[in-house]
Design a protein around this ligand. Structure first.
Ligand SMILES: *Cc1c(COP(=O)(O)O)cnc(C)c1O
Length: 349
């Protein structure tokens, strides 16, 4: 494989920045199970402040944050209404069933974006004793598998008001909520206002090595601490991670527009390649999903031979994700490789 691999598989591959490394080396730490890690406490307080919430809790992964929230908002036998390709549906190991005894009721959104009119028919709140009742409404913004699509502010409010009008809590899987806020030119507090809980990742485009935060009311987060401990997520001198997380939270959101620009650049290049279908206007954030007339896994394997890493999502679709470690020059180089390898794949097909 060539040197200078351009890794576009995910924004999770970002390495901690030199500033993060030095903050980690110098972090003040304590035992977080005793709530005595000053850097963790600072990170949790800052996240709560940025989201306009009472409290937050640091968790090792976004999956854990999501599953703690799902557990706290529901009881066994309830349904959680989510989008059909939501992360909680496809990539969280059936934990809604395994851990909370709930089933997911999926609803297809337009390019992953749910409207209240999509959700409402899927709800069961009448108390009919022979029908599983809805326990929670679940939103994902940006939507990963739909290609980083953004649920606009007005729709976020429509969903929140709808859920609350039916007496239901609403959770936001905001793994990339800072990308959504950037695309919408708003802030995360405004975008997520009134959501009963929000989970977001520090370890994706924000470049921290590890960690997510779950935000909510003080009471909710107090209970979340117990569930996190039960799941084996009570960490000790985790301030080493929080030190990087603080930089992720303070410094990284302001550069996400660069990732959105490089994603658009890739999409525009891809749109010109024969055998590839994508509308660049559909690329709203840092995720680019396109379909191929040829075999996608074989294309991805050939790209790898040429130094570009991508993900085949199916037999005929590919995902690229831009991030801090692939700058504009790297993306231009990737565009040329994507085109050359596609010509070979297309001719062979
Ligand atoms: C990445 C991601 C998560 C959390 O993933 P972890 O790998 O468990 O941190 C949750 N939701 C969405 C939409 C994601 O993209």
């Amino acid at each position: 494989m060539p040197e200078n691999i351009i890794d576009l598989r995910s924004d999770t591959v970002t390495k901690p920045t030199p500033e993060m490394r030095s903050a980690m080396a110098n972090a003040e730490v304590g035992d977080d199970v005793y709530s005595e890690d000053p850097t963790i406490n600072k990170l949790e307080a800052r996240a709560a402040e940025l989201f306009g919430r009472e409290a937050s809790i640091f968790v090792p992964t976004g999956s854990m944050g999501n599953q703690i929230a799902l557990r706290l908002h529901t009881q066994p036998g309830r349904e959680v209404v989510c989008e059909s390709r939501a992360h909680v549906m496809d990539w969280e190991m059936g934990m809604a069933a395994m851990f909370s005894g709930c089933q997911l009721r999926t609803v297809a959104g337009q390019r992953g974006v749910l409207r209240w009119k999509d959700i409402e028919p899927a709800l069961a709140t009448s108390g009919l004793y022979y029908k599983a009742q809805t326990g929670l409404v679940w939103v994902e913004n940006t939507h990963n598998m739909a290609g980083g699509t953004v649920t606009p502010l007005a729709v976020m409010r429509e969903l929140r008001n709808g859920a609350h009008s039916r007496g239901l809590p609403i959770h936001l899987d905001g793994a990339r909520v800072f990308n959504a806020a950037t695309a919408l030119k708003t802030d995360v507090a405004t975008l997520t206002e009134g959501y009963d809980s929000v989970n977001f990742c520090l370890s994706k485009g924000l470049c921290a090595p590890v960690g997510s935060l779950l935000v909510g009311t003080a009471e909710f987060i107090r209970e979340a601490r117990m569930v996190r401990k039960a799941l084996g997520g009570g960490m000790r001198q985790a301030g080493i991670l929080a030190a990087a997380g603080l930089i992720a939270l303070e410094e990284m959101p302001k550069r996400l527009h660069e990732d959105h620009a490089t994603a658009r650049l890739l999409a525009e290049a891809l749109a010109k390649i024969e055998g590839i279908t994508i509308d660049p206007a559909d690329v709203e954030t840092n995720i680019v999903i396109f379909t191929t007339a040829f075999d996608a896994p074989a294309y991805v394997a050939a790209l790898k031979q040429n130094g570009v890493l991508a993900s085949a999502l199916s037999a005929h679709s590919v995902r690229l994700v831009t991030h801090r470690d692939v700058d504009q020059t790297a993306c231009l180089r990737a565009s040329a490789i994507l085109a050359n390898v596609a010509i070979e794949a297309h001719t062979a097909a």
